[in-house]
Design a binder for this molecule. Structure first.
Ligand SMILES: Nc1ncnc2c1ncn2[C@@H]1O[C@H](COP(=O)(O)OP(=O)(O)OP(=O)(O)O)[C@@H](O)[C@H]1O
Length: 257
């Protein structure tokens, strides 16, 4: 269950005119994959940052699978490192000086901190268990043969798999993916979408995905939230629309005008 409600106002950037930016969004779903869709600058990344604890909204409540990560009304604000979030940034944000293996291992350390903070999941950071877990992830993501390479010496798809493996190593409550396929060429995008579908089913973790690409929406959205200028303009239940044989994507395109 993902339940998010945030309100915040950002002042205009220094030297820039205008009113700044106001975000006021609220959505909840029991679905596994929620897609945030909308024009550039509509507030999608700010939403992920607030969920991850990287931005503190003025008012808000964020509950993931029963765990309250933020509730400004009651003063709850779990620190980012203890939220149990697997965040894959648009540019993957891999550590360039660490091997693929060490990047994934880093995730294990974060997972350990989250489990110490009491997210109810088993810790897997230590000793032989940790090494086994890293081996499993490297194999599952088909990056075991490049485990000792630096991120600068692997392909775009391998970089993306490394970032996802690192995020999943934390044993997260939820995955946050910011335009996960935008850095890939079109052919690789098609392949990685198929791989992600397989991996999502394997891990069975709720995911919130930001995208500008209707093909991502088609591949992943159970629920779709359409952002416009810091607000939610529409919410579509893609799972139901698909089940009813309705042209969900056509409906979305019509709504986008
Ligand atoms: N730290 C900040 N200070 C001031 N304004 C900011 C800051 N971060 C984001 N903004 C503004 O907030 C608005 C929403 O930004 P956000 O990054 O959430 O958009 P987005 O929907 O993710 O866009 P994109 O699809 O291009 O990534 C934008 O107008 C942006 O300029």
């Amino acid at each position: 269950m993902i339940d998010v409600s945030i309100t915040h106002r950002l002042p205009p950037a220094r030297g820039a005119g205008g009113k700044g930016f106001k975000i006021d969004v609220s959505f909840a779903t029991e679905d596994r994959t929620l897609v945030l869709f909308g024009h550039s600058g509509s507030g999608k990344t700010l939403t992920l940052q607030a969920i991850a604890g990287l931005m503190r909204p003025r008012e808000g409540r964020i509950v993931i699978n029963g765990a309250t990560l933020l509730d400004t009304a009651t003063g709850i604000d779990i620190p980012a490192r203890d939220r149990g979030i697997g965040y894959v940034f648009q540019d993957y944000a891999l550590f360039p000086h660490l091997s693929v293996r060490k990047n994934v291992e880093f995730g294990l350390g974060a997972g350990h901190r989250a489990s110490v903070a009491g997210n109810g999941k088993t810790s897997m950071a230590d000793g032989a268990g940790g090494k086994r877990r890293v081996d499993e992830l490297l194999e599952l993501f088909e990056i075991d043969h490049v485990a000792h390479n630096l991120p600068g010496n692997i392909s775009g798809g391998q970089r993306q798999r490394t970032a996802l493996a690192r995020a999943l190593a934390t044993n997260p409550r939820v995955l946050l993916l910011d335009e996960p396929f935008s850095a890939l060429d079109p052919l690789l995008r098609v392949r990685m979408r198929k791989e992600f579908t397989r991996l999502f089913a394997h891990f069975d973790i709720p995911a919130i995905i930001i995208t500008h690409d209707p093909d991502d929406v088609d591949a992943f959205a159970d629920t779709l939230v359409l952002y416009e200028d810091g607000r939610i303009r529409h919410r579509l239940n893609f799972r139901e629309l698909r089940a009813e044989g309705k042209p969900a994507l056509g409906l979305l395109m019509a709504l986008m005008g």
